[in-house]
Design a protein around this ligand. Structure first.
Ligand code: NAD
Ligand code: DAU
Length: 377
């Protein structure tokens, strides 16, 4: 079936993997990538598919309702996968307003534009879908009841080397929202608006909440790409607090595969948690990264350990995130494709092989390129 799918935030980290997957897999779909190209958006993430006939890029800001109305109508959009957002917790602590504007008002503008367009059609909401990508951070933080780790109660292909859990509780789809950072508060608010558009107007919506992603094309302000790059350059590795916080890591292509499955087969008005049962204490993960980068660079084992630098903790730093994704696994048959060891190896390898991509970001080269490109538009 021919479809016109709008992916917002498609020039960002996860969005670019979603766009690539859909463009390559669904030759009968038109994939419209809508992105404002903030500091986090980078069209170099999509070089391999940018000339495909079923791909279109539109530079636009989701907070501009008139623009959203125009675009949704002009491209006859029948499905939306909404990833555009401000996504970095540290930035949200410094500038919460930008997060409220983009994540809350932007999501609302997109919902409203889709509502008006879809309600104007004879078939109305039939065959339409508004899929909102959210985060596990909306659920708040879990306690570290087992700081040394206990055998994880669920095992999947993505389990970590030691297969550990650091607490007995996990985030379920039914866990009460309890966001702590301005970022997670803005995402929680946007989730509520999406559900409200279903409950009030009957819009066919779906929300998913995913754990920490890692993999190629992640902006190097986030832990894994930042640390890989700093090790390469012999720079300090700023570990917040004591490095005891726990995150649950999923390879980004596995998230993109889950999004594909849920977009097509997920139940309207439902929520799915996405995660790989792959908990890591920051300091342990950092040691794995150091080991892998050192090995691939030909440094002696332990060479870059000296770069570890404990710094002041993030304000309100959530202690532990751990997703229970059994609903997605049992209802839709999704499971992560990679063992964590393979995922980290692939990721480190990619960043070391693509130093130019990283260097362009760090030097600001890529932003200057867009300023030039869009100067007269
Ligand atoms: P990212 O910061 O790498 O990319 C965000 C993209 O959105 C960028 O391309 C940016 O230019 C675009 N954007 C920002 N503001 C915009 C606006 N006003 N209008 C149009 N485009 C705009 O983020 P990411 O890590 O790829 O995350 C994507 C989505 O997934 C976000 O909604 C995030 O909350 C969610 N999420 C991320 C993770 C993760 O670990 N990275 C985990 C779970 C959920
Ligand atoms: O859980 C999903 C979330 O994961 C997404 O919703 C967010 O968009 C995404 O950015 C990510 O949030 P985190 O705050 O968990 O990711 P970050 O990479 O910023 O940090 C991971 C952990 O590492 C966290 O405990 C903070 C710590 N950290 C981070 C940085 C950047 C450090 O110790 N030092 C650092 O320099």
């Amino acid at each position: 079936m021919k479809r016109n799918i709008l992916v917002t935030g498609g020039a960002g980290f996860i969005g670019s993997h979603v766009v690539r997957l859909f463009v390559n897999k669904y030759l009968n779909y038109n994939i419209i990538n809508l992105d404002k190209l903030t500091y986090a958006g980078n069209l170099a993430n999509l070089r391999d598919i940018e000339d495909k006939p079923n791909y279109t890029f539109v530079k636009a800001d989701i907070t501009e309702l008139y623009e959203m109305r125009r675009i949704v109508k002009e491209y006859k959009i029948d499905g939306i996968i909404h990833l555009a957002a401000e996504s970095h917790v540290d930035r949200s602590i410094k500038d919460p307003f930008t997060f409220a504007r983009t994540n809350v008002m932007g999501t609302l503008a997109l919902l409203q534009a889709a509502k008006e367009y879809w309600e104007s059609l004879p078939e109305k909401y039939e065959g339409k879908r508004f899929y909102h990508i959210s985060t596990d951070e909306v659920y708040g933080a879990l306690e570290l009841t087992h700081p040394e780790g206990v055998p994880a109660p669920f095992t999947t292909k993505a389990s970590s080397m030691d297969d550990m859990a650091y607490g007995t509780e996990f985030f379920l789809e039914t866990t009460k929202y309890n966001p702590h950072s301005p970022y997670s508060a803005s995402k929680a608010s946007s989730d509520h608006f999406v559900r409200a558009y279903h409950d009030t107007y009957g819009m066919p919506t779906i929300v998913t909440n995913c754990s920490n992603n890692y993999g190629p094309f992640q902006f190097p302000e986030k832990l894994i790409p930042l640390f890989i790059n700093n090790i390469r350059q012999g720079k300090p590795l700023p570990v917040y607090g004591k490095g005891e916080n726990v995150r649950d890591w999923l390879f980004v292509e596995d998230h993109a595969r889950a999004i594909d499955l849920i977009f097509h087969e997920g139940k309207i008005a439902d929520t799915y948690n996405i995660g790989g049962f792959n908990e890591w204490k920051n300091i342990d993960l950092i040691r794995v990264i150091i080991k892998t980068v050192d090995r691939l660079l030909g440094n002696p084992d332990g060479h870059s350990e000296k770069l570890i630098t404990f710094v002041t903790d993030r304000l309100g730093h959530d202690m532990r995130y751990a997703i229970d994704s059994r609903k997605l696994q049992s209802e839709l048959g999704w499971e992560p494709s990679l063992q964590f060891e393979e995922g980290i190896e692939k990721t480190v390898h990619w960043y070391l092989e693509n130093q130019k991509w990283m260097d362009n970001i760090i030097s600001g080269e890529y932003e200057r390129y867009y300023e030039e490109m869009y100067k007269n538009k």
